[in-house]
Design a protein around this ligand. Structure first.
Ligand code: DC
Length: 210
């Protein structure tokens, strides 16, 4: 099974880079953040509090999820746009800190890759928890200002300051939580994407695979 793990904080370029690497290698791509976002979305839609541990865990276990390259369908509802919206973005770190939610999502991620004979998975804990034996582990970083600038470009309805403070808050929550925090695997290769184009980052990763 050929697994490439791409981890790093928000705005480090994971999604764009992971998609490009998957295409070059003829592997499928999984955005694991979209899975945690989908659980937050389902909780909000059910009128539940995403921070309620047991409710979120129940939702995670029963949720019907279809995460593909261009669409995310949650319990039969197209949630592609809403999972990136401010409401989900605000509550997703709480859902991702829930150890029972993580157990369920990690097992689905492993199953996803096993069924496909591997894949490129991006997230926060792919190299440390989901696939500690991945063929290649990349840890992407970038200056906080550059990461906020990239995110601000994606979410046109929020100003830079709001995006930057939200990003800092999420970084802190993702890094300091008890359950599988954002961390660099000891055998991961760190790539600083500050000032690099997508093509330059993808080329660096390709070199690591030779
Ligand atoms: O990458 P993203 O912004 O879509 O991730 C959404 C949230 O989910 C973020 O708070 C980090 C968390 N996450 C995680 O804890 N583990 C993963 N494998 C992927 C994302």
């Amino acid at each position: 099974m050929r697994v490439i793990a791409i981890d790093g904080p928000a705005g480090s370029g994971k999604s764009t880079v992971a998609k490009a690497v998957a295409e070059r290698l003829g592997l499928q791509y999984l955005d694991t953040g979209a899975m945690y976002r989908s659980v937050a979305f389902a909780a909000l839609r059910a009128g539940a509090d995403p921070a309620d541990h047991d409710v979120a865990a129940d939702i995670a276990r029963s949720i019907e999820l279809d995460v593909s390259l261009d669409a995310v369908v949650v319990n039969g509802v197209d949630a592609t746009v809403e999972i990136r919206g401010p409401e989900v973005t605000r509550s997703v770190s709480l859902v991702a800190a829930n150890a029972d939610v993580r157990t369920e999502m990690v097992s689905r991620q492993r199953e996803w890759a096993e069924r496909r004979g591997g894949g490129v998975l991006e997230g926060r804990d792919i190299g440390t928890v989901v696939f500690p034996d991945a063929e290649l582990k990349v840890y992407l970083t970038a200056d906080p200002e550059e990461r906020a600038r990239r995110r601000a470009k994606e979410v046109t309805d929020l100003d830079y300051e709001t995006v930057a403070s939200d990003l800092a808050r999420r970084d802190a929550l993702d890094t300091n939580r008890k359950a599988d925090p954002l961390a660099e695997a000891p055998d991961a290769i760190q790539v600083d994407t500050t000032g690099l184009s997508i093509d330059e980052v993808v080329a660096k990763i390709e070199q690591l695979l030779i």
